[in-house]
Design a binder for this molecule. Sequence first.
Ligand code: CP
Length: 312
Amino acid sequence: MSQLSVNHLLGIKDTTADDIELILNTAAQFKEVINRPIKKVPSLRDITIANLFFENSTRTRLSFELAEKRLSADVVNFSAAQSSVKKGETLVDTVNNILSMKVDMVVMRHPNPGACVFLAKNIDSTIINAGDGAHEHPTQALLDAFSIREKLGILAGVRVAIVGDILHSRVALSNIFCLQKMGAEVMVCGPATLLPKYISTLGVKVETNLKTALAWCDVANMLRVQHERQDIKYFPSVREYTMQYGVNMELLNSLPKQVVIMHPGPINRGVEITTEVADSPQSIILNQVENGVAVRMAVLYLLAQKRELNKG
Ligand code: CP
């Protein structure tokens, strides 16, 4: 198979294992390209991409922009804070106005779950979800899978514990779908109040004891507590959260094997992981960020190819 089964990247749930394999293999080729002295390829010349960010971002936004520029696409950036959304314009009107300027693909981050699905149904453009509320963050899951495969050489059979605020995390949901499709085993670990009731129906192991989770896993993906999505208090204090769910070197060194540490960022140092853990040789956090560019190049390239094929 050399093309994607999907026309948009709205969520990992819609993709197949073959799609993920194709994206990861294509990303490996792009990673070689971006490590050459001349990092640019002409693959998306004459394609215009709009990056629409209705929510804050550092990594995803810069990573998409770099990926687009490495592929020689024309890029326009839109930030809700400085736009006419503030004057009451709807999402569809905003995007259609942008598309009338001959934009081919849209990368969108939005606080509302399902915003990208809505857009894909209402506008004629290729849509890539850069994170929609607490729903999905597909390119984060793909770069996480790429980084695990790069570090351990395999995904099938690898045990991954996703630790922290699972309830409010789009990273958790996309990672669960992605890792399971690739044959990995997934455990979620956190305070019971931050574990959604439906989570075990997704086929993951559920654990509230951090040390048990770390002793089980090969990889621990540490999530930030998403205070901005919490309407009530889910644990007594940040200090108590850290005491029960924070990873420090003493805890890591007490385990029978070396666990690979991941984090999607932004990190709250001293809360979910200490500075020593974040900067330790066991951490692949900056590799994840580096791999994000190659993975997003692969996604953009393959979706642009699919778009051309659909035009017939
Ligand atoms: N991992 C991630 O989505 O980070 P940003 O919010 O900075 O894009």
